[in-house]
Each structure stands twice: as structure tokens, then as C-alpha cells.
Design a protein around this ligand. Structure first.
Ligand SMILES: CC(C)(COP(=O)(O)OP(=O)(O)OC[C@H]1O[C@@H](n2cnc3c(N)ncnc32)[C@H](O)[C@@H]1OP(=O)(O)O)[C@@H](O)C(=O)NCCC(=O)NCCS
Length: 203
């Protein structure tokens, strides 16, 4: 008990910057503020029951003003996970290595999104659990919006400005400012072709 408290105090003292708004923050999340493989920049907001796990190695890096809503789970599985400045991740979204995952500046991940940067081997007759689990990586460039319940598979790059519609499974790279939807995801539109909601409201 005393050890845990000391750990937390040490964690708080060791960081130059601390997340603001410890709203519902779980005990152990606070302790992670000093973890050598988990780094976060200033003004991050991490809500309760968030898991940032590097228990199999790798690292997790959160830039400035990153927001992780309740029950977001990030497991590096030995890989690197990097969320750039201003990234927002909504409720119960899951990011899984070991492929490198990078999320570009200002991108928004909706609730229940899965970025699965890893696949189990499944060839031949060897049981799947005995085959290697490997990943190439997923890149989400800046200003991307991934809507609720979408799944992004390993090796995919979501180009700058992409919108992934709710429930999509994205298995291929996207074009800049495209809107993709469906399973497997196909282009269903382009952002430039539609007025922003502000414009629509004004008209
Ligand atoms: C992607 C999205 C924002 C597009 O909205 P929109 O611009 O209003 O799109 P529209 O409703 O005009 O639909 C355009 C076309 O895409 C299709 N489409 C829309 N959403 C789709 C989806 N999730 N999957 C597949 N096709 C979809 C429509 O059927 C329509 O096709 P049509 O032209 O053949 O009729 C919206 O569909 C969506 O997925 N919203 C979810 C938002 C969300 O997850 N919010 C959580 C907070 S982060």
C-alpha cells in the first residue's frame, strides 16, 4: 500500500508535464506516468480504465493534447505506437501491435474502432496459436476521421484527410480526402465534394 503510494508520488514528480483533468483516471494509469516505455506530452487527457500496455516490450508515445476516452486499450505487443499532437480516441477503441501504429496530427478515432496491426499465421495444419503473430504496421495520416465500429487491418495507410464510414473494414490504402465505407471498404465519396457542416447550416 505504502509502496504503491510512493510509486505514484515518484511518478508524479518524475514527469515534467502531467495530464490535466484526471477525470476518473484509474490508479494504475496514474502510475504509468513514469513508465519508461510510455511517454506522454503536456495537456493529455486520459479517462478511466484506459490500458496502455507494453508488457511484451515496445513503446507507446502520446504527443501533446492527446485525448483517450474511457476504456481505450492500447497494446504494443513489442511494437511502437505513436499518437501525434491533438489526436482524440473515443470510447473502447483498441489499438494492437506489434506492427508500428502511427496516428497523425489532429486525427479522430470514433468509439469501438479497432486498429489491428498484427496477424496470426494460419497456414498449413499447425495450430494457429503455435504460429507466429506478426505485423507490418498501420499508418493514419493527419486529419483522418475513423467512424464508429470500423476496423483497419495490418499494412494499411489511411491518407491525409480520409474519412472511414461507420462499420467499415479497411484492407487497402486510401486516397487523400476520400470517404470510404463498407466491407471491404470502397470509395463512397470525397470530402471536397461536400460542404462543411458549418456551410450547410448557414445555407
Ligand atoms: C461517413 C459518414 C460521416 C458520411 O456521412 P454523409 O456525408 O452524411 O453521407 P451520406 O449519408 O450522404 O451517404 C453518402 C453515401 O454513402 C453511403 N454510406 C454512408 N454511410 C455509410 C457506411 N457507414 N457504410 C457504407 N456506406 C455508407 C450512403 O448509403 C450513401 O450512398 P448513396 O450515395 O449510394 O446513397 C457517415 O455515414 C457515418 O459513418 N457516420 C458515423 C459517425 C460516427 O461514427 N460518429 C461517432 C462519433 S466519432
Amino acid at each position: 500500500m505504502i509502496g504503491k503510494r510512493l510509486l505514484r508520488i515518484a511518478g508524479l514528480l518524475c514527469r515534467g508535464y502531467l495530464p490535466v483533468g484526471f477525470r476518473g483516471m484509474a490508479h494504475w494509469t496514474t502510475a504509468l506516468s513514469w513508465h519508461p516505455r510510455v511517454h506522454w506530452g503536456p495537456l493529455c487527457l486520459v479517462e478511466g480504465r484506459v490500458l496502455l500496455s507494453t508488457d511484451q516490450g515496445g513503446s507507446i508515445r502520446l504527443g501533446r493534447k492527446v485525448y483517450l476516452a474511457e476504456e481505450v486499450k492500447i497494446r504494443s505487443y513489442g511494437g511502437i505506437v505513436e499518437l501525434s499532437d491533438g489526436v482524440a480516441v473515443n470510447y473502447q477503441t483498441v489499438l494492437l501491435g506489434p506492427g508500428k501504429i502511427t496516428i497523425g496530427r489532429g486525427s479522430l478515432l470514433g468509439p469501438h474502432v479497432i486498429l489491428a496491426a498484427g496477424n496470426h499465421g494460419y497456414g498449413g495444419e499447425v495450430p494457429i496459436q503455435q504460429q507466429p503473430y506478426t505485423g507490418v504496421g498501420i499508418t493514419v495520416e493527419e486529419d483522418v476521421w475513423i467512424c464508429a465500429n470500423a476496423c483497419i487491418t495490418d499494412g494499411v495507410t489511411l491518407a491525409k484527410g480520409t474519412v472511414v464510414a461507420a462499420g467499415a473494414v479497411v484492407t487497402k490504402d486510401t486516397e487523400p480526402y476520400s470517404i470510404v465505407g463498407g466491407i471491404p471498404a470502397r470509395v463512397i465519396g470525397y470530402r471536397q465534394a461536400r460542404p462543411s457542416s458549418g456551410q450547410a447550416a448557414a445555407s
